[in-house]
Design a protein around this ligand. Structure first.
Ligand code: GP9
Ligand code: MN
Length: 613
């Protein structure tokens, strides 16, 4: 029967095979998904087939006359979906989820960035569509009508294939679909199309969670919340009480640029100098997900994890939060944000209200002339300079957040703003990144000078943090050329460290190697300011604490502990970077999953309000 089916449905079979092979090639050679053993290789090869059979089977419901067009359309739409994921993957080392599709307010600004991620050779990824078109034109005999029996067998076969795929993936990665936050692992196991189906299921679960979380899940969540403590170090309590607070988000700044040079020139001379006079936390990791800058802001403001899918700034901006701006506001602070982008980007205008900011200075509040902008907006130097006019007038004490932007992908820079020559690795992105990092460093230097001149420096504290990675895994080869060593999975995690600097004028410098994350910033600031917020739910701990759990969870479930680094179901010794038995990491894997899960349930269920008096 299979023979007859093949003979009578040649076009269908050809379309499926072409598409299967194309998706396999993209998954295997273009996506950043792990392939380390034969089973994983096999999974990558077979997993596009069940999805290809399923989606092309739609054509069989159409009349013979229409079928050719339908086949071609499916092939085209499918290819666009794969390609969109490829572009996304090149930048984010991640895959598209349904909530990201609704972040339409961000779309306008993405133009140039997307353009940089497209390569001319990408056109070959649509070669199969062309081939199918030619075949359809040449093969005059049309396929046959399909019988009900054939249809049933087709679906039984597809289902069996999918089940086989799931069994293999369960062998390779037990509980992947029920317990993982790592999308690249899911795609590696079930393929990009089945992944989208899985994402759809997660989406519907989120909606139902919203309704049920309050009644069913609350007790469980509450039990966990009661165990949380930010363990403040009393020696630091209130050392910055009443001072103005500057929180500066360093766009795309990773720790590897600090104290590093390019052709003998330091990449961050100012930051290197300020580190000497500050508390510098050398092992702080970013914990952001798909919401990038906004996720980092969320972590800093709430000491909660951002969401596993989409940007919480978009999905849950109506929740009640006990945000840092709101808490300091209750203590008499005036809280503001300076960011020269449209106020709706990342849905900030809505979310900032929920976090309790008094005022958001967005692009509408800056004078923006063409020559003062580059890439995504106003140059950092100009942003800082113009902010001063507002800063001067603010009621004191103030809490002021600044979001830098020049060091944003695609790292564009005007010649006159270049303080070093660009790099000479095989990635133009990385080469330019060095220059924009150096520029932002110079902008910070200027800002500190200006603040000193305005008498705003002495009575303030400064928290500088990197928001997320700037160089994705796509540029690993070039990065290893620069670093002079290969990049292992272990290194990929270590590269997620971001600058974390607390500068208090008058205090001596100290490098602190504590393992921490952005989630720890809020309780740290509150302790420095001497603010004790009893009703607060903080998943982080004071970075100065001597009783820290020293376990930092990354958003995809990877983690770093005192002794271990864990990612993609592999366990490494932190000290040496050597891979060790997974059993060593196991006790922490569950703890990290639980922590992420409880935080997610609090957000999806809008549960924070039950803790606020
Ligand atoms: C845009 C800026 C950059 O306003 O925050 O956002 P990112 O793309 O890094 O999340
Ligand atoms: Mn950012």
């Amino acid at each position: 029967m299979a023979r007859t089916f093949i003979k009578k449905h040649r076009l269908f079979i050809i379309a499926v095979i072409l598409f299967w092979l194309k998706v396999y090639i993209v998954q295997r050679f273009f996506f950043h998904v792990p392939t380390e053993n034969v089973l994983q290789e096999m999974l990558l090869f077979i997993n596009p087939l069940s999805a290809a059979l399923l989606i092309f089977s739609i054509s069989l419901f159409f009349s013979l006359k229409r079928r050719r067009v339908i086949l071609l359309s499916i092939s085209m739409i499918g290819s666009v979906i794969v390609y969109a994921n490829l572009i996304y993957n090149r930048f984010f080392s991640d895959f598209i989820t349904i909530p990201t599709l609704f972040q339409t307010k961000n779309m306008g600004d993405l133009g140039e960035s997307i353009f940089t991620l497209i390569q001319v050779t990408d056109i070959f990824l649509f070669f199969d569509v062309l081939l199918l078109f030619l075949v359809i034109k040449r093969v005059r005999v049309s396929d046959d009508a399909v019988t009900k029996r054939q249809m049933s067998w087709l679906y039984v076969g597809t289902l069996a294939l999918f089940a086989f795929n799931l069994v293999l993936s369960e062998i390779e990665h037990p509980q992947l679909l029920t317990k993982s936050f790592d999308r690249s692992m899911v795609v590696q196991n079930i393929g990009i199309f089945n992944y989208h189906l899985y994402d759809l299921i997660l989406q519907t679960r989120v909606s139902t969670d919203k309704t049920f979380a309050k009644s069913d899940g609350f007790q469980e969540v509450d039990e966990y919340v009661q165990t949380l403590s930010s363990n403040p170090n009393r020696a630091y309590t209130g050392i910055a009480e009443g001072k103005n607070v500057f929180v500066i988000s360093l766009e795309s700044m990773q720790s590897f640029v600090l104290q590093h040079t390019l052709d003998g020139e330091p990449l961050t001379p100012f930051l290197n100098q300020i580190i000497e006079e500050s508390y510098y936390f050398s092992n702080v990791y970013h914990q952001t997900g798909q919401g990038k800058t906004s996720d980092a802001e969320f972590l800093v403001a709430n000491s909660l994890y951002p969401l596993p899918r989409g940007a919480v700034f978009f999905t849950n901006s109506d929740n009640e939060y006990n945000g840092l701006p709101k808490i300091v506001g209750e203590e008499g602070y005036y809280s503001v944000v300076f960011h020269s982008n449209d106020e709706t980007f990342w849905n900030r205008d809505q979310m900032y209200d929920s976090l309790g900011y008094d005022r958001f200075y967005s692009s509408a509040d800056f004078k923006i002339r063409e020559e003062q902008t580059v890439g995504w907006g106003l140059k950092d130097m100009e942003m800082f300079t113009q902010s001063l006019d507002y800063l001067r007038e603010l009621p004191k004490p103030f809490y002021a957040k600044f979001i830098t932007l020049t060091n944003h992908f695609p790292y564009a820079l005007d010649e006159e703003d270049a303080f070093i020559k660009k790099g000479n690795t095989s990635s133009e992105t990385l080469n330019r990144y060095f220059m924009t990092v150096r520029y932002t460093d110079e902008a910070l230097k200027l800002f500190f000078q200006q603040l000193k001149a305005e008498n705003l420096y002495e009575n303030s504290i400064f928290i500088l943090y990197g928001d997320h990675y700037g160089i994705s895994e796509y540029h690993n080869d070039a990065l290893s050329e620069y670093l002079g060593k290969g990049i292992t999975l272990y290194d990929t995690i270590q590269l997620q460290r971001v600058p974390m600097i607390i500068h208090i004028p008058g205090q001596e410098g100290k490098t602190i190697e504590t393992i921490g994350g952005q989630i720890d910033i809020k309780p740290t600031i509150l302790n420095l300011l001497g603010i004790d917020n009893e009703n607060d739910v903080n998943f982080g701990e004071d970075l100065f604490s001597l009783e820290r759990s020293n376990l930092v969870a990354l958003r995809d479930g990877s983690f770093v502990s005192e002794d271990y680094v864990y990612t993609k179901q592999k366990c490494f010794e932190r000290e040496s970077g050597e891979e060790i038995e997974i059993e060593q990491c196991e006790p922490f894997i569950e703890e990290v999953q639980l922590q992420l899960d409880v935080s997610d349930r609090i957000i999806y269920g809008d549960l924070l309000k039950f803790y606020m008096k």
